[in-house]
Ligand binder design. Structure first.
Ligand SMILES: Nc1ncnc2c1ncn2[C@@H]1O[C@H](COP(=O)(O)OP(=O)(O)OP(=O)(O)O)[C@@H](O)[C@H]1O
Ligand SMILES: [Mg+2]
Length: 241
């Protein structure tokens, strides 16, 4: 029997560990919430999601990264460029990267955690990333089905004491967020990543579109990708956006 856990009535927060982001959201995600990270191609969605897992593991909180598109070995090689030693955290059992087929997510939900994480989960609260839900959406027929699926997924994650990021892809809007559809309404928070073109240069920015129960920053703020993501909430973004 899975213990019923409500979505952090006490307002406890899970620090993301991403520089600049936590201060925009009262210190971190609310415990057991599901947060959507969305944006166009190459905007940094997987980087943000892996940074959340990596920083959590360094703080002693195990994380599972479920990828439908990229392979774990490629991801580890790419993220090593940021100086992230994911492999050694994996050896310590703090990080697990899984490449699975979208239809298996459904199976894993139904099998109550299945092979996702080791037994003894009661002693831990996990961070989970699902990258990306767009692969699952391609399999379901309607917005209604998508929303139902996300609701089922997020309540399963909550019951299993996971504070989670779900990644989704959108069209890259020229200057503003292009709505994704059914998913935004079913999750607890939405973070939008942009890579906006001005003349011959693109500029990265991030927005907290929604974060339930949180007095969050309402500005679109710049971020950089160097050794991972650095959000710069005190810097102004392009004034015409
Ligand atoms: N070592 C690096 N230093 C700086 N920036 C990098 C580095 N490696 C990748 N990037 C930038 O990060 C971008 C990719 O980030 P990421 O894979 O997180 O984006 P994504 O939104 O998940 O992309 P996709 O739409 O392909 O899933 C690259 O397109 C590049 O601009
Ligand atoms: Mg990606």
């Amino acid at each position: 029997m899975v213990e019923q856990v409500s979505a952090s009535q006490d307002g406890e927060r899970i620090e993301t560990g991403i520089t600049g982001l936590d201060e925009m959201i009262e210190g971190g995600f609310r415990k057991y919430n599901t947060i959507l990270v969305t944006g166009g191609c190459g905007t940094g969605k997987s980087t943000l999601a892996m940074q959340y897992i990596y920083e959590g593991a360094k703080m002693g909180q195990p994380g599972v990264y479920i990828s439908f598109e990229e392979y774990p070995e490629d991801m580890k090689t790419n993220f090593a460029r940021y100086g992230w030693d994911i492999a050694s955290l994996e050896m310590k059992g703090m990080v697990k990267i899984m490449h699975i087929e979208p239809q298996d997510v459904m199976r894993l939900i139904k099998e109550d955690y299945g092979s996702l994480v080791a037994r003894g989960k009661d002693t831990h609260e996990y961070r989970i990333v699902i990258d990306s839900i767009s692969s699952v959406e391609a399999m379901v027929e309607s917005n209604f089905e998508t929303r139902k699926f996300i609701m089922e997924l997020s309540s399963w994650l909550r019951e299993n004491k996971c504070t989670s990021i779900i990644v989704s892809e959108t069209e890259q809007g020229p200057s503003q967020y292009v709505r994704h559809g059914a998913v935004e309404f079913a999750v607890d928070g939405v973070i939008v990543l942009y890579n906006i073109r001005r003349k011959n240069t693109r500029h990265r920015a991030l927005e907290i579109l929604k974060m339930r129960g949180t007095n969050h920053d309402s500005k679109i703020v710049p971020f950089s990708i160097k050794k991972g993501i650095d959000v710069l909430p005190d810097q102004k973004f392009l004034s015409d956006i």
